[in-house]
Design a protein around this ligand. Structure first.
Ligand code: UD1
Length: 422
């Protein structure tokens, strides 16, 4: 199993190019299932989750041509309307094939995701939404089996008014994709407002979909009979952007992100300023300078535009070495403090009570061997390692490779002493 060795204490300096967003690329790859024409994508990040999604789509019959960060996907001939357990269990986002398959082919079989390190994460909202659109859904042998009456003979899902009990990002995306080919108008209420939902909507609109309101909590989709091919460039990854900025705020330094978008990360940038960083934005460049020990900052996760749960662990790492004490409240996922135990191994002082962690900043962390438990927890441990004294070994970094493109070479470029041990 691969590990990362980090020699902490180096300041980060220089430029780093931000990759395409994982959470936009995954649903957009699934959108290729909605048309028999070719979908051309640019700025697709090279990540294990993207590789898993490509494999899943190829198993169904999608033809994919790759050229660096460009992909051409053709779903002209689909012979298998199924996402098997062994793929869904490695990547929950596989559920995103459910809506497109049901909408275009009238049938889909997708394995239930099952448990996950950061909580139970059910998919009931995806299922209820499709049922409201007329799909018959049976759970059999651990699989969600969706059938649209008369589907194979051209029967379509029908437009519906769907109110989400709680905000779900992939739930919104799945139903938005399904609704593009439904008969009539679908209105999604209490929809997710995440920028990745907007990026998917832009791609679908380029494919001929009629969508209004993406980015607000009410999205209205008027179904069309067919979608066509399109070209689309994946938006920059705001979580990768935030992760590099927090790393520089924790380790100290002066870094510039290129190809980034500041307008979709206001909350994170404000929190970094509160921690004492100086931030300057010019076009697609974000510069952060930090010349002192960070100040502790309170964080409370909530759906966009509030503070993202995918940045919670990284801010926790910064808080462990900050001046003062901070409270981190996680309101989205019930078990997303797995990194706390590992941070404690580096000397961090953290108390957890329910969904709240109280972190008392200490002057110095000390390097140790620690283990990554999920994707963003891994990023948190890397940040802690960069700020710690001596060597930190981060084990199980396959989690990191799911969502960060070339992380160790990007950090090395910024002057970090980090290497992969095979
Ligand atoms: C997406 C992101 C993930 C991010 C999360 C929250 C992708 C591929 N992943 O995950 O990185 O951490 O949003 O911003 O975009 N829920 C239900 N029933 C459902 C669906 C969700 O109860 O049917 C609950 C979940 O358990 C969780 C909350 O709703 O407590 C939000 O989850 P959701 O927004 O659906 O997360 P994902 O879309 O899986």
């Amino acid at each position: 199993m691969q590990k990362l060795s980090i020699l902490g204490g180096a300041r980060l300096n220089g430029e780093v190019r931000i990759s395409g967003a994982k959470n936009a690329a995954l649903p957009i790859l699934c959108a290729s299932l909605l048309s028999s024409d070719t979908l051309q994508l640019d700025n697709v990040p090279e990540l294990n989750d993207v590789a898993t999604m490509r494999k899943l789509l190829q198993q169904m019959g999608v033809k994919i041509e790759a050229n660096g960060s460009q992909l051409a996907l053709s779903a002209a001939h689909i012979d298998k309307l199924e996402a098997p357990y062994d793929m869904v269990k490695t990547m929950r986002a596989s559920i995103l094939v459910l809506g497109p398959l049901a909408a275009r082919f009238g049938e889909a079989r997708v394995s239930l995701p099952g448990g996950c390190a950061i909580g139970s994460r059910p998919v009931d909202l995806h299922i209820k939404g499709l049922q409201a659109m007329g799909a018959e859904i049976h759970i059999e042998h651990g699989y969600i089996h969706a059938q649209v009456p008369g589907g194979l003979a051209g029967g379509r899902l029908r437009g519906a008014r769907i109110m989400f009990d709680l905000v779900s990002v992939t739930g919104t995306e799945n139903l938005m994709m399904a609704a593009t080919l439904a008969d009539g108008v679908t209105v999604l209420e209490n929809a997710a407002r995440e920028p990745e939902v907007v990026d998917l909507a832009h791609c679908l609109i380029a494919m001929g979909a009629k969508i209004e309101g993406a980015g607000s909590d009410t999205i209205s989709i008027t179904g069309v009979e067919k979608l066509h091919g399109a070209n689309h460039r994946i938006m920059p990854d705001r979580i990768e952007s935030g992760t590099f900025l927090v790393a520089a705020a924790a380790a100290g330094g002066n870094i510039t992100l290129t190809g980034a978008r500041a307008d979709i990360m206001e909350n994170v940038l404000e929190k970094l300023q509160e921690a004492g960083a100086t931030i300057q934005v010019a076009g697609d460049r974000i510069n952060l300078q930090m010349n002192k020990r960070p100040l502790a900052v309170n964080v409370r996760t909530a759906p966009y535009p509030a503070f993202p749960t995918d940045m919670q662990a990284q801010f926790m790492a910064m808080n462990t070495i900050a001046e003062g004490s901070a409270m981190v409240v996680e309101t989205i996922f019930e078990n997303r403090f797995m990194h706390v135990q590992e941070l404690r191994r580096l000397g961090a002082q953290i108390e957890v009570e329910g969904n709240t962690a109280v972190i008392k900043g200490c002057a110095q962390l000390e390097g140790a061997t620690i283990m990554a438990t999920d994707l963003r927890a891994s990023a948190c441990l890397v940040i802690a390692g960069l700020a710690a004294q001596g060597e930190t070994i981060v084990d199980r970094i396959y989690h990191l490779d799911r969502g960060y493109e070339h992380i160790e070479s990007k950090l090395s470029q910024l002057g970090a002493q980090i290497r992969r041990i095979k």
